[in-house]
Design a protein around this ligand. Sequence first.
Ligand code: SF4
Length: 253
Amino acid sequence: MTTAPSSARWGERLWPGSAPRVVPDSLARIREEVVACARCPRLVEYRSRVARERKRSYASEEYWGRAVPGFGDPSARLVAVGLAPAAHGSNRTGRVFTGDRSAAFLVRAFHDAGYANQATSDHRGDGLRYRDLYLTAAVRCVPPGNHPTPAERARCAPFLERELRCLTETRAILALGGFAWDALRDVVPRVYGGTRPDVPFAHGACAPLGAGKPILWGSYHPSPQNTNTGKLTEPMLAQLLVRIRESYGGRPR
Ligand code: SF4
């Protein structure tokens, strides 16, 4: 059987001169492309350097050191979007929101709300599974100082856009922090139509995208800067998750 060239990308013709034949997109295809992506020279250099130099407490570990793909339930009604991998969190473990204090706070909340089969997210082989929830990020490579540039955000946005197109059951999109909120405000009109939502970011911010379309929600990011100072507490996040799931009717399925 003839197979498509391995370099074929979503939406391209498979063979030069052939009739238009679109390669169907999928979360698996996006994942492959994310992991192989090296389009941002500054981030590629930084993610590799962090993986090479390592934190002393993880000196014996092999870091992932590449772009980090999304993870979760392909039939999810809730999609949560973070900023970018943390240097010694996802950039070390290779799974979104895994292996640092932000992950510990967030995954415990998702577990308590019924979206995760366990309350911890330590490494890729730890058995964590999400139901009715998909986690991803606005930028897939760790940025210096947790600050991607506008150009890096724009370059990575097509991955988020494509994921949202593949996640056809989505009823709610939760931006974890103002950076993800702004990235999503750019992306959602391209996926769902309509105009860019003009609701400012806040914890509990809510921007319905139109009849029959998802609602965009905002939460403070679960970073230690927010959770250690009480800006974001466990009850605040739990209450928001209740509001979100009530908006589309019911507990995780
Ligand atoms: S940030 Fe996104 S676009 Fe840039 S190299 Fe990483 S995966 Fe590719």
